[in-house]
Ligand binder design. Structure first.
Ligand SMILES: *Cc1c(COP(=O)(O)O)cnc(C)c1O
Length: 414
C-alpha cells in the first residue's frame, strides 16, 4: 500500500500512544473524519460533545464499571491453551471474550453506548445489525436500561440469521427488515442513520464497530479497550512478562482495536490483525479490506475499502458473517500505513480448521470470526518455537452451528 510512504503519517504512532488521535476533526492521520450529509453534522457534533463531557468522567466510569462487573461478567478469563501449545510449539493464551454476556465482545460497546444514551437524555435507541450479534447485544443492553430499541437488519440477513432475529424480539427489540439497496448490513446502516436524522434529539444511534463518522471510531475503541487493558495485566500476572505477539480478527475492527490498544507502546510486542481471506484473493471472494483494498469513503469515514477500478464498493464473501463488511475502521488504516500492526488473512478453510482445533484440544467452541485469529496464531507459533502468543477470542461459536453443520460436520461427498 502506497499510503505508507506519505510524509503525513510520520510521528502518528507517538500521537496515537499519547492519546492525541483522533484529532479535533476526528482524523487518524489521513484517515477517519466525517463524510456525511449536512443534516448529520449537528447530531454528530452533539454526540461528540456528550462523549467529551461524560465518557471519562468519574461518575460515568463508575456506572460502566458496575455494569461490566455485575452484568457483562468482566474481567473475562485469560486461558492458557496447554494442549494446543504442545502441538504448535509456542505458548498460546486466550483472552476469553466468548465468556462475556451474549457471547462476544460486542456487549462491551453496547452497554457503554446505552449508558451514554441514557445520560444524554435519549428516549429510544436505533441500531444496525448484519449477522445479528450487535443487534442482540444492543437489545440486551436496552432491556437492561429500560430503553426502547429498534434494530435495522437487511431482509437477506434476517433470513440467514433467523435465530438472532428471535433473540432480539425476545429481548424486547423491534426488528425492522431493510429491503432497499443490497438488503444486507450496508443498507441497514443507511436506514439506521435515516431514522436518527428524523429525530436527532430523542433518538440515539448505537453503532456496532469502530467505523462510521467521528466520534464513533473513537467512542467504540474507548469502550473496547478494556479487553487489552485486562489482558495485558493478566499476562503479566500469569507469566511475568508481555506476550511476543498479540493477534485478533478484523471485521469492522472493534475487538482487535480493543485488544491492541494497550500494547501499542510496547515496541517489542508484535501485533497482527487477521482479515477474512474467504475463498481467494480475488475481488468479491474475500473481506480482506486492508490487504486488498484502496482508500475511499464508506459510511461517513475515509479508510481502506474493497472497491473496483471505478470506485464501486464491492460485495464481500466470508464464511463468517461477522467479518463480511467491505470497509474497516480508520484507525486500522493508519496502523497499517505506519506499520505498527501487520495485517494478514486467513481463508475460510483455515478458519474452519481453527474451529475444529480449539474445540477438540481445549474444549472451547469459538466463533468462526475468532478462528481466523487462531489460524494466524498457528502460523505464528510454528514460525516462533518457544514464543508466547496472545489471541483475542472474540466470541463463542454456538451461533455458527448451522454453518458448521454444512461444512465441518457435513458427510464427505461420495
Ligand atoms: C462482530 C464480530 C466480529 C467482527 O467485528 P469487529 O468489530 O471486527 O470486532 C468478530 N468476532 C465476533 C465473535 C463478532 O461477533
Amino acid at each position: 500500500m502506497s499510503v505508507a510512504a506519505l510524509p503525513e503519517t510520520q510521528g502518528l504512532l507517538e500521537a496515537l500512544i499519547a492519546g492525541q488521535l483522533p484529532d479535533a476533526r476526528g482524523r487518524f492521520g489521513p484517515f477517519g473524519g466525517r463524510y456525511v450529509p449536512e443534516t448529520l453534522i449537528p447530531p454528530l457534533e452533539r454526540l461528540a460533545r456528550g462523549v467529551r463531557e461524560h465518557l471519562h468522567a468519574r461518575e460515568f466510569q463508575a456506572e460502566l464499571a458496575a455494569q461490566l462487573t455485575s452484568w457483562v461478567g468482566r474481567p473475562t478469563a485469560l486461558t492458557h491453551a496447554a494442549r494446543l501449545s504442545g502441538r504448535w510449539g509456542a505458548q498460546l493464551w486466550l483472552k476469553r471474550e466468548d465468556l462475556a454476556h451474549t457471547g462476544a465482545h460486542k456487549i462491551n460497546n453496547a452497554i457503554g453506548q446505552a449508558l451514554l444514551a441514557r445520560r444524554l437524555g435519549a428516549r429510544r435507541i436505533v441500531a444496525e445489525t448484519g449477522a445479528g450479534q450487535h443487534g442482540v447485544a444492543s437489545a440486551a443492553a436496552c432491556a437492561r436500561l429500560g430503553l426502547p430499541c429498534t434494530v435495522y437488519m437487511g431482509a437477506v440477513d434476517m433470513e440467514r440469521q433467523a435465530p438472532n432475529v428471535g433473540r432480539m424480539r425476545l429481548l424486547g427489540a423491534t426488528v425492522v427488515p431493510v429491503t432497499s439497496g443490497d438488503r444486507t448490513l450496508r443498507a441497514a446502516i443507511d436506514e439506521a442513520l435515516r431514522d436518527w436524522v428524523s429525530d436527532p434529539l430523542g433518538t440515539y444511534y448505537l453503532l456496532g464497530s469502530v467505523v462510521g463518522p467521528h466520534p464513533y471510531p473513537y467512542l467504540v475503541r474507548e469502550l473496547q479497550a478494556v479487553i487489552g487493558r485486562e489482558a495485558r495485566a493478566q499476562m503479566l500476572a500469569a507469566t511475568g512478562r508481555l506476550p511476543d505477539a498479540v493477534i485478533a480478527c478484523v471485521g469492522g475492527g472493534s475487538n482487535s482495536i480493543g485488544a491492541f490498544h494497550a500494547f501499542l507502546a510496547d515496541g517489542a510486542v508484535e501485533i497482527i490483525g487477521v482479515e477474512a481471506g474467504g475463498r481467494s484473493p480475488k475481488l468479491g471472494d474475500n473481506a480482506a479490506t486492508v490487504a486488498y483494498g484502496r482508500p475511499g469513503v464508506l459510511h461517513g469515514t475515509y479508510s481502506m475499502l474493497l472497491q473496483d477500478a471505478d470506485g464501486q464498493v464491492q460485495e464481500t464473501h466470508s464464511v463468517s458473517a461477522g467479518l463480511d463488511y467491505p470497509g474497516v475502521g480508520p484507525e486500522h488504516a493508519l496502523l497499517a500505513a505506519i506499520g505498527r500492526v501487520r495485517y494478514e488473512t486467513a481463508s475460510d478453510a483455515e478458519s474452519l480448521a481453527g474451529v475444529r482445533a480449539l474445540s477438540e484440544y481445549e474444549g472451547i467452541l469459538p466463533a468462526i470470526e475468532s478462528a481466523h485469529a487462531l489460524a494466524a496464531a498457528e502460523r505464528w507459533a510454528r514460525a516462533h518455537p518457544g514464543g508466547t502468543v496472545l489471541v483475542c477470542l472474540s466470541g463463542r461459536g454456538d451461533k455458527d452451528m448451522p454453518t458448521l453443520q454444512q461444512t465441518l460436520l457435513a458427510a464427505p461427498a461420495s
